[in-house]
Design a protein around this ligand. Structure first.
Ligand code: KE4
Length: 429
């Protein structure tokens, strides 16, 4: 059960010479679970193959884009074909028009779409539109939700429940952080209190319609519908961050599942098919505030990149098959039920939160409904579970506060092997 790691260890040491922490995104460094991260050589379907040739059943899925599985033949063929025509031109292409049309057809409020290169860009642009549209500066976000690493969103709740935000990392000016308030997820009262304290200060409330960055935490019944009504009553805008949930839970946005009424949505991950892609979408009168039509500047050398747009288009075409989300639902339900049963069989304290093919196994706590309850989980127990699973050939996200992503490539045999490993890993403690 001790997989060879010599090549990954050597690559980790070499990478650290020129890349901070040896990684290009912090979560990949395994700091939350310990040990040196494995370097991946290739992916195929539900599997990753690391630098030492170990095959892993993969539930990171690039944190969402790999909903079809890795190296899907149709996507590889499309990107290969597109590459023969050149990569990017600094000029509009028909592919961008097609992708915008497809997103607009699938998401009712997406009258207009601006493609960018990441979810972070989508978030920072959505906030800028909201501030321009309302003439206000304040933002409300939710504890445990993540919307990319733009300064205004790297903010945590201040000391007192009703104080203004404080920086959640170095380099974010306190004056800027103070413009962002932080409320507990699923708490309408906290949002109401922020508006009551200063009714005309808030430009927008930004929310993951289904939270997946504190682990998976579904919205409480009616929460999103009432949140939208509350936000609009105060003349502010609702931004739904669908970077993970967009086309993950259904063919379109998740907000419709929860009767929310957003003004803007953020997209990413799946709509790029695994290549760099993000998008802001919303009502025309808001989106037309963007340059070159309106006064809100936003730009990007590789926005709407032809290879990413082609990969996204081909991915969405395959996801448009009505069977797809029933298959993802069935696989997610099977895995979640098996993990819950394994907790019971091994007498371990924990719980499984799930929506469709997104799920999180929390250890050390039996209920998670917001950031505070998620933090009551036992990260050390999760770290032991992570390594026990990895050593048995199952690649989980290296943090208690991420989601497992099940793909269309995961077969019953893969799920059964995962559950067998989980029973042994949980029994080991
Ligand atoms: P990117 O800038 O990483 O493309 O997207 C930021 C973002 C925005 N909104 C939501 C809901 C997100 O989950 C993300 C990014 N997700 C993380 C995983 N939880 C990406 C993984 C990473 O940071 O390496």
């Amino acid at each position: 059960m001790n997989p060879p790691t010599k090549n990954s260890q050597a690559l980790f040491r070499r990478a650290a010479q020129h890349i901070p922490g040896a990684v290009n995104s912090p979560v990949r460094a395994w700091r939350a679970v310990g040990g040196a991260p494995r370097f991946i050589h290739r992916g195929e379907g539900a599997y990753l193959f690391d630098a030492d040739g170990n095959r892993l059943i993969d539930y990171v899925g690039s944190y969402g884009p790999a909903i079809l599985g890795h190296a899907h033949p149709a996507i590889v063929a499309a990107v290969t074909d597109q590459a023969t025509r050149g990569f990017s031109f600094g000029a509009p292409t028909e592919l961008e028009v097609e992708l915008a049309e497809r997103i607009a057809a699938a998401i009712p409020i997406a009258e207009k779409v601006r493609l960018v290169s990441s979810g972070t860009e989508a978030g920072m642009t959505a906030l800028r539109i909201a501030r321009a549209a309302t003439g206000r500066s304040g933002i409300i976000k939710f504890d445990g939700c993540y919307h990319g690493h733009s300064d205004a969103l790297l903010v945590r709740a201040g000391s007192g429940a009703m104080t203004l935000g404080v920086p959640d990392c170095a380099g974010v000016p306190e004056a800027l952080a103070a413009l962002t308030r932080v409320a507990p997820y699923n708490s309408l009262a906290a949002v109401e209190n922020y508006f009551a304290a200063d009714p005309r200060a808030i430009a927008a409330v930004i929310v993951e319609p289904l939270a997946a960055n504190m682990g998976v935490v579904p919205p409480a019944p009616g929460f999103l519908k009432q949140l939208g009504e509350l936000v609009h009553r105060h003349g502010a805008l609702l931004i739904c961050d669908e970077v993970i949930t967009g086309f993950r839970l259904r063919y379109g946005a998740a907000y419709e599942l929860y009767q929310a009424e957003p003004d803007l949505v953020m997209l990413g991950k799946i709509i790029g098919g695994g290549l760099p892609m993000g998008a802001i979408a919303g009502r025309a009168e808001l989106m037309d505030l963007l340059a070159p039509v309106g006064p809100v500047y936003q730009a990007g050398t590789l926005s709407g990149h032809p290879l990413a747009t082609r990969a996204g288009l081909e991915t969405l075409k395959l996801l448009a098959d009505p069977e797809v989300y029933a298959r993802l639902e069935s696989a997610g339900a099977r895995l979640a039920a098996g993990l819950a049963a394994a907790l019971k069989e091994t007498g371990r304290i924990g719980c499984v939160n799930r929506a469709g093919s997104l799920l999180t196994l929390f250890l050390g706590t039996d209920r998670v409904s917001d950031g505070a309850s998620a933090r009551r989980a036992d990260p050390e127990a999760f770290a032991r579970f992570f390594h026990a699973m990895f050593d048995r050939g199952v690649n989980l996200p290296p943090s208690q506060f991420e989601a497992l992503f099940v793909s269309l490539a995961h077969r019953e045999a893969d799920l059964d092997a995962t559950l067998e490993a989980a029973r042994a890993a949980l029994a080991a403690g």
